[in-house]
Design a protein around this ligand. Sequence first.
Ligand code: AMP
Length: 407
Amino acid sequence: MNFEQLGLRAEVLRGVEDAGYTEPTPIQAQAIPAVLAGRDVIGASQTGTGKTAAFSLPMLQRLSEQPRNQLRCLILEPTRELAAQVQDYIANIGSHTGLRSALIHGGVGYGTQIEALQQGFEIIIATPGRLLDHMQRGAAKLDKLDVLILDEVDRMLDMGFLPDVRRILKHCPRERQTLFFSATMPPEIKSLADWVLKKDPLEIEIGQRLSAADTVTHAFYPVAGDQREELLFELLRRTDFQSVMIFTRTKVQADRLFARVVKETDHAVTVMHSDIRQSDRAAALQGFREGKFAVIIATDLAARGLDISGVSHVINYQVPENAEDYVHRIGRTGRARREGDAFTLLAADELPYAESIEKLIGQKILRHKLDEFPYRYTTLLDDETTVPFSAAFGRRKGRSRSTRRRR
Ligand code: AMP
């Protein structure tokens, strides 16, 4: 199966070629013909499966056949970062179509956004709040919309955006195509889907609704709560990583840890959470993507959907309380069939969270002990599944990136 056989035409195929894709992923093979045929789609797909191309490629082709200089496609995203990533992706992969796309989100000025709306850019990628702002000022009109794409709807629900989304939807023409993506389908999302989708949408579910990519190796590092920081530094010292994302539960912890990592290690490090100014957030992410920073410390703001190639390690400073957050976080590594490692520091009181993660991903996660680390106390180390650090990594022979560098 190749992209041509899915019905894509030259101007879109050239973008696919530029991206270096040779074979469609399963979600692409299913979605592309259906979207080209004008069907609505409701999709649950794990992160890193090629979902963005699955909706962008056929959308670009359909829009190529429509009159230009009018807003034809609206894509709603939960966070500014995701919106920016999708816009960047579409601008690149759609560069041979001549279609124009603009990014609309808060935290930045209105000027260029209004200009893009006035000039009739065909594609808008937006977060809900700022788009509503433009709509209320009469700057954004959705009456010519052909395609509406709602991405990461469950995240929009978590962030309290569903009322805004409903308000926006009321201004979209009834005759349109809707593509709806959500990793989970709680009742609020199900009822939104029933409302926005036409009868008989194509339902796509790749693997489990939420599952971890099988290219990721998981490891728990039991540690007493007060030795967490010490163990993290030791892990950073001993691990030969390319780039690492460290997740914390709170913004305060992220800031604190950032200051400590700067002081204690030689790594180029940056930090990202929602209290940081938008321009600094963008710079942090950009710097991390480009390899200027080897380490990024972040809250769950950075956990969803962001596609950064070459993240070799994700480290959870604490066990996330919500098992699904774990899957989203570790989805930042092991993307597009590369291998990745997910390390999670585990204190005794976090054991119930650890167990629900194991249940969700359907596998027992090995506990690892760092040789010669001055553990003060942790009962979890006596667990029968505990294996010494060196032995654990010795078992993974044949992997090019190993974790054996010592001081
Ligand atoms: P996504 O799930 O949309 O975030 O995509 C994850 C990564 O897979 C991105 O880096 C894409 O560029 C890449 N990707 C998407 N489709 C393909 C494909 N058919 N072949 C290879 N890589 C792909």
